[in-house]
Design a protein around this ligand. Sequence first.
Ligand code: CO8
Length: 262
Amino acid sequence: MAYEFILTDVRGTGERKTGLITLNRPKQMNALSDGLMNELGLALQAFDADDGIGCIVITGSDKAFAAGADIAAMASWTYMDVYKTDYITRNWETMLSVRKPVIGAVAGFALGGGCELAMMCDIVIAADTARFGQPEIKLGIVPGSGGTQRLPRAVSKAKAMDMVLTGRMMDAAEAERAGLVSRVVPPLELIDVALNAAQTICEFSAPSVMLAKECVNRAYETPLSEGVRFERRIFHSLFGTEDQREGMDAFVNKRKPLFKHR
Ligand code: CO8
């Protein structure tokens, strides 16, 4: 499918490969327009439904992962415009229903909706040029796609308040110290590191990978005891898969497992 605001590609070797999505509005610093978010949702759904894809990487340019929602588009909207059309809820959160892992590979600015998009990814790998921020307060609004909720869970209340109330940016080193990103790498290595992590994931058993993701996400929605109970049920259920037998037999017999993803 031809897209206008994103590029898609399939990378990697082996039976299951990585779906790569590149946000592509370079003149607007990848500002997240409705059209871009529609396309991102469609691309995510297409990769999620494709048995040949084991993991998805989302990236931007070296200047900007995404500088936030498109301010030029929003500038003239009224309350009724955004409420009646269900802005954001309508089409911006497709990522949350994707069952395969999504890695955000972030260089340059990840601001506002761009920071929120990064926080919706399962793993965030940052170039040392990355800068994260929720500057909505400077525009007379507040974050609208989970910034006030995911940021305190990721970096603590004090840092979240600091970012949301002053609009200041966090550089990659601070973001890693605070737990917002998984790894920081030199800019030239960003995409390779992200694709290598994705390739590693692609080679594991698909049901284990999807269920591991679901278990970790459960931690955000439940008290500890319920989360552990959920994990235990999933853990038990995986003894019903061929891949559990294959994985353990391969370990015992000192060979590489050949997962069949069932
Ligand atoms: N929207 C539209 N256009 C943008 C945006 C944006 N968010 N960010 C940058 N651009 C455009 C600029 O207007 C400029 O266009 P032009 O060349 O035509 O003048 C071009 O990109 C380059 O930008 P700058 O000249 O400003 O480049 P600088 O290097 O000087 O600065 C910055 C880069 C720091 C990124 C700066 O452009 C900036 O502060 N941008 C706005 C950041 C911001 O406020 N983001 C929050 C937006 S509000 C939001 O995201 C609400 C979230 C709602 C939910 C989202 C769900 C996912």
